[in-house]
Design a protein around this ligand. Structure first.
Ligand SMILES: [Zn+2]
Length: 284
């Protein structure tokens, strides 16, 4: 089962590099010509040498690694980005575009297609100026109400995939949310109650963290090399009571009513839904 990096996969990837929290950077190797550095001022990275990773966080599909409290390295996995935490004697491989070495670990970003991105910020926490993450306290019912009220005609699935509205929600999570709402994915946002939308977005986001990030923790423990790849295999996935396990399979059945799921392209993405449980008039 392969998954594009959505909020929970990104959180899992963050935890892999967070293994090196408390360690200081002894050297940095970067391929400056790599497209992943397109937004980073040239020669900015060596500023991190000698600095200690003090904390890290994720926001939507971005990871932030903070050094000496006010230097923030932002990493996006893109389509093919992989992060590894390897032993200190790790030897560079093809497509390793960024390697941070600490006394105990080697942190590697490998990306052969280079849709990923690396940036460096100094000063205030850059994620605070971003739209609220569905996992944060700023993401509350009033916020969801304002999302709906400002875009009542926007298609539900398209809205859920919009990173400025629901950062971190990707294709499978959007389908899961529509299914839990009992709403067809192409109905207008205005047909939903803010309370229900808030509830189901929170449920799926929190559940994804629990079932994907928390339960795959064992993959991230050094000294064995551990890594996570965008589109990579995750051993632990949400339970069979979620749409997740059924939406990939041809002939997959709805876990609630057991009728066959339908598939189509909505908001440019392959979408699965239950023709019986999901309607144009979801319960408010
Ligand atoms: Zn159903």
């Amino acid at each position: 089962m392969s998954t594009m990096p959505e909020l929970a996969e990104v959180e899992l990837a963050r935890r892999i590099w967070a293994t090196a929290e408390g360690e200081s950077i002894s050297s940095i190797t970067s391929n400056k010509d790599a497209r992943i550095f397109r937004d980073l001022p040239a020669a900015a990275l060596p500023a991190l040498v000698g600095k200690t990773m003090t904390s890290s966080t994720h926001h939507g599909k971005r990871m932030y690694f903070t050094f000496d409290h006010d230097w923030h390295l932002e990493v996006h996995l893109g389509m093919s980005g992989k992060v590894y935490c390897a032993p200190p004697d790790y030897e560079e491989r093809k497509h390793d575009h960024l390697i941070l070495r600490t006394p105990s670990y080697t942190l590697v970003l490998n990306d052969y297609r280079m849709f990923g991105r690396v940036m460096l910020h100094e000063g205030d926490s850059p994620w605070e100026s971003l739209p609220p993450s569905p996992l944060s306290r700023r993401f509350n019912q009033a916020h969801v109400r304002s999302i709906i009220e400002r875009r009542p005609k926007k298609i539900l699935k398209g809205a859920l995939l919009d990173q400025s509205l629901f950062p971190g929600v990707g294709n499978w999570m959007a389908d899961e949310i529509c299914w839990r709402l009992g709403a067809l994915p192409d109905i207008a946002l205005g047909s939903l109650s803010p309370e229900r939308l808030y509830e189901e977005v929170k449920f799926v986001c929190k559940g994804a963290i629990k079932h994907v990030a928390d339960k795959n923790q064992d993959r991230i423990a050094p000294p064995e090399e551990a890594g996570f790849a965008a589109g990579g295999y995750v051993a632990q996935v949400p339970p069979t009571t979620w749409l997740f396990q059924h939406r990939w399979k041809k002939g997959g059945l709805c876990p609630t009513c057991h009728c066959e799921l339908e598939r189509g392209t909505i908001a440019t993405r392959t979408t699965a839904w239950c023709p019986q449980c999901q309607t144009a008039y979801p319960k408010k």
